[in-house]
Design a protein around this ligand. Structure first.
Ligand SMILES: Nc1nc2c(c(=O)[nH]1)N[C@H]1C(S)=C(S)[C@@H](COP(=O)(O)OP(=O)(O)OC[C@H]3O[C@@H](n4cnc5c(=O)[nH]c(N)nc54)[C@H](O)[C@@H]3O)O[C@H]1N2
Ligand SMILES: Nc1nc2c(c(=O)[nH]1)N[C@H]1C(S)=C(S)[C@@H](COP(=O)(O)OP(=O)(O)OC[C@H]3O[C@@H](n4cnc5c(=O)[nH]c(N)nc54)[C@H](O)[C@@H]3O)O[C@H]1N2
Ligand SMILES: [Mo]
Length: 766
């Protein structure tokens, strides 16, 4: 039995918190106030205004928050409340220096919450934890690089090393990083994508021959008739998407939202960038909201597809000309069981009929999705079924139509394009080999979950993280922390202190780096880096704020310094490659398809768009050279009597494991994160009330996992489905509960039960 007694939860013991009425409107003046407030608090008025005025401007930096694209005609303030928080969090004046580390032992730091650790400010000097020591101690840069090089040189097998990447890393850093790992001889390059859109990449590659979306921003704002938003909470996680949706609505387009929760950003939007958004009721968004049961989407889309075929509402010419395996799919749809569909979706026949009606009335349809689809055991099947839905009516490769997996981290897509992937394609490795005249490892490396397994089994001796917070972002917190702690040597390139830095039991190094917002000056002058957004637009990002300390290094420099110590001049001149990042881009141009004239084209104000064969010409690089219909068997989870299905979500006050504060304004929660949202009837069944305290217990083949002392909140979520916050709820996610084919942690289908501690309502609640 696994008893996860410590959760990284932000305990609210003894504190009052309240849940007010959930907001019905996203953004608006309260959003603007919140944004400016946090900027001034963290940076002061001058630096704050300077920082916010440069977000997502052609001459400024790419917002470090989400990967939503920038419109060509940018507003002066092209940022959102949550983008502003991300900027303020990075550009803060608070610092964590050697004095801080002298005052706090690693044991002390381990007892703090993730929120407290990050709130202490920016890391400003390299810190070293020696084996057996109680404190991190300062170390010079050169000694730190020598140490990393030494640890790499003495590995008996390059596959004993794991190189993790989070999605904020620039293209330039990512390219150098994968080259370092592969030249050493390993493909152990897990990244946050493994926990994020891996399921999308796999499903899209199988069906349409490219692991990316097929639409542009203008397709949504200017061309689509219908946008279906499924398993995504744009109001919180991609707020600038709401402006595009507002455009769509203004010209008569329609929106269907499919989500167990009635998220504020799916309902109404007040555009804070226009006066009418500050007063007035805002724009109504969803025309149809389907409150689907968690993990009911495969059943829903299969049933809709069945009905489209039955009504002969399909684009037969497109299907005949461009697709394969249509007949097999039709045969499967004919075999669907109506009772199973109803049970899985929790939707009525009328609701499904309305969705079919929206579909047949729309000439051009875009489906947008995010983590609500990708983090289930059957995620890959679900996304393939959505591609079936698009193919049936020819909704790929024409204006206003297509697939839109909305990416998370601001450069997660670019990192993949640069080769951050534990299973690189043979073509990519061939290109590296031929350009660098160096053999590249061909065996698949470890993804995130397999890295944790390898750490647990003592097979990892060296772990490096290019950003991110591996310990908190991954499943099975207690097991993962122990596994990461037992690695001989860990090195974290980071901007802020986090949980991953303080779980080490052996030797660890923290290397503080420049953030997106900061000026990066090298030999050849001020540098910019490049990123790729959700819609395959590659553009420049240049920070202009004074760095919080002169002692920071950029990510590309840190990688090159380490590489030059281990590899010398092999396979490139590491010692001077970062004097001018144009040199890195020249190598990228030679290796990665679509980057011709990289250094010229990326200097255009809006960058350039990478080629996308399905979008550009209905060309599909699949084995059949066609877009593939697929047969996706229904695979509902069996939920034992008395149990519930838990999904984990982000609040409006966090960026992944970075918790800015304890409020979730749009869901009406303030001052607490140790809560679980439950349908009132499910509470009644259990003799619980809004405000009761419970233990949440997840069940799996290898035993139970616990999240202790959590407050239940009555909430409009479908019966049998509950929600809690990520990352705290990761204590409940079994390491082996992953999606078929993508190995993504199924952190949105966790089977749990609630065990009452105190059935009374807590004082101070509502
Ligand atoms: N401010 C802010 N911005 C962010 C982030 C952040 O933490 N904060 N994170 C970034 C990252 S890395 C990512 S990947 C994205 C994440 O963006 P989202 O995917 O929007 O993030 P989640 O909070 O995980 O929300 C998942 C949504 O799916 C719904 N959902 C859950 N299960 C199901 C299901 O079975 N079916 C359906 N139809 N819906 C379901 C949930 O109710 C919720 O609305 O956002 C990025 N942007
Ligand atoms: N239960 C559950 N688990 C999940 C999810 C979920 O929905 N539910 N979502 C998953 C998803 S979609 C993702 S993407 C992962 C996220 O996993 P990660 O990407 O690993 O985590 P983040 O919280 O984004 O990382 C935050 C840390 O990044 C560092 N950082 C910030 N900016 C920079 C920078 O510019 N450079 C460097 N070097 N470091 C920087 C800071 O030190 C900060 O503490 O979590 C996954 N885990
Ligand atoms: Mo993500």
């Amino acid at each position: 039995m696994v008893d996860n007694t410590r959760s990284d939860g932000e305990r609210t013991e003894g504190k009052r918190f309240e849940t007010g009425r959930a907001e019905q409107v996203a953004a608006g003046p309260r959003g603007v106030l919140a944004a400016v407030g946090i900027a001034v608090e963290q940076m002061g008025p001058v630096r704050g205004v300077r920082a916010l005025s440069q977000v997502n401007q052609a001459e400024g930096f790419d917002c470090p928050s989400c990967a939503w694209p920038d419109p060509k005609d940018r507003h002066h303030a092209e940022f959102c409340e949550n983008g502003a928080k991300a900027v303020a969090w990075e550009a803060t004046r608070r610092r964590v220096d050697e004095k801080f580390f002298a005052e706090h032992s690693v044991d002390d730091l381990r007892r703090q919450t993730g929120h407290w650790l990050e709130s202490q400010g920016r890391l400003v000097q390299p810190m070293h934890l020696s084996p057996g020591d109680t404190h991190y101690r300062p170390i010079g840069w050169s000694a730190a690089f020598d140490l990393v090089a030494e640890r790499l040189r003495t590995l008996s097998d390059p596959d004993d090393a794991v190189f993790y990447t989070s999605g904020r890393t620039s293209n330039e850093a990512a390219f150098l990083y994968q080259l370092l790992a592969r030249t050493l001889g390993t493909n152990n390059l897990p990244d946050c994508s493994n926990m994020c859109h891996e399921s999308s990449g796999i499903a899209l590659t199988q069906t349409i021959g490219i692991g990316k979306g097929t639409v542009s921003l203008e397709d949504i704002s200017d061309h689509a008739d219908l946008v279906v938003i499924v398993g995504q909470n744009p109001g919180t996680n991609h707020p600038r998407m709401l402006s595009a949706l507002e455009h769509l609505k203004k010209r008569g387009g329609r929106i269907v939202s499919i989500n167990p929760l009635p998220e504020a950003g799916l309902m109404r939007f007040k555009n804070p960038q226009r006066p009418s958004g500050v007063v007035g009721r805002g724009t109504a968004l969803s025309d149809l909201h389907l409150p689907i049961r968690v993990n009911g989407d495969l059943a829903l889309f299969a049933e809709v597809n069945r009905r489209l075929v039955e009504q002969n509402a399909i684009d037969q010419l497109f299907v005949n000309t461009y697709c394969a395996d249509f007949d097999k799919a039709v045969e499967h749809w004919r075999s669907l069981d109506a009772a199973r569909i109803a049970a899985a979706t929790g939707l009525t026949d009328d609701q499904i009929r309305e969705f079919v009606g929206e579909t047949t009335r729309a000439k051009s349809i875009i489906v947008c999705w995010a983590m609500g689809l990708t983090q289930h055991r059957n995620a890959v099947s679900t996304i393939r079924e959505i591609i079936n839905y698009l193919l049936l009516r020819g909704n790929i490769g024409r204006p206003g139509a297509g697939a839109c997996p909305v990416r998370g981290h601001s450069n997660v897509q670019g990192d993949r394009t640069m080769g951050i992937h534990e299973r690189p394609t043979p073509e990519f490795l061939d290109a590296l080999e031929s350009h660098f005249q160096t053999p590249m490892p061909r065996e698949s490396g470890l993804d995130v979950v397999d890295s944790i397994r390898a750490m647990r089994d003592g097979r990892v001796r060296f772990f490096m993280a290019m950003g991110g917070n591996f310990a908190a972002a991954t499943p099975d917190t207690q097991l993962t922390e122990r596994a990461l702690g037992a690695v001989d040597f860990t090195v974290h390139v980071s901007t802020k202190l986090n949980r991953s830095h303080v779980v080490a039991d052996r030797e660890s190094l923290i290397l503080p780096c420049l953030g997106r917002t900061e000026r990066d000056r090298q030999e050849a002058g001020e540098q910019f880096v490049t990123v790729e957004d959700s819609m395959s637009v590659v553009h420049a990002s240049q920070g202009r704020l004074a760095p919080v300390s002169d002692n920071l290094r950029s990510e590309p420099v840190i990688i090159a310094e380490i590489a030059s110590r281990v590899l010398g001049d092999h396979p490139l001149a590491w010692a001077d490659i970062t004097e001018d990042y144009d040199r890195v881009r020249d190598h990228i141009e030679s290796v990665v398809a679509g980057f011709e004239d990289f250094n010229t084209r990326v200097r255009e104000p809006n960058g350039f768009v990478l080629p996308n064969p399905p979008r550009d010409g209905r060309r599909f690089a699949t084995v059949s050279a066609r877009a593939n219909f697929t047969v996706n068997e229904q695979t509902e989870l069996e939920i034992p009597e008395g149990h519930l299905l838990l999904q984990t979500v982000r609040s409006h006050d966090q960026f992944n494991t970075t918790v800015y504060g304890m409020d979730d304004r749009y869901r009406g929660v303030s001052g607490a994160r140790d809560v679980v949202f439950v349908n009132p009837l499910d509470l009644e069944d259990r003799g619980l009330r809004d405000g009761s305290r419970v233990d949440v217990v997840s069940i799996a083949d290898d035993g139970q996992r616990w999240m202790h002392n959590v407050t239940v909140l009555a909430y409009p979520t479908p019966r049998g489905c509950v929600a809690a916050y990520f990352p705290e709820a990761n204590v409940l996610v079994p390491l082996d509960a992953t999606a078929a084919e993508s190995n993504t942690p199924a952190s949105k289908s966790i089977i749990i039960r609630l065990e009452a501690i105190d059935t009374g309502a807590r004082s101070g609640v509502r």
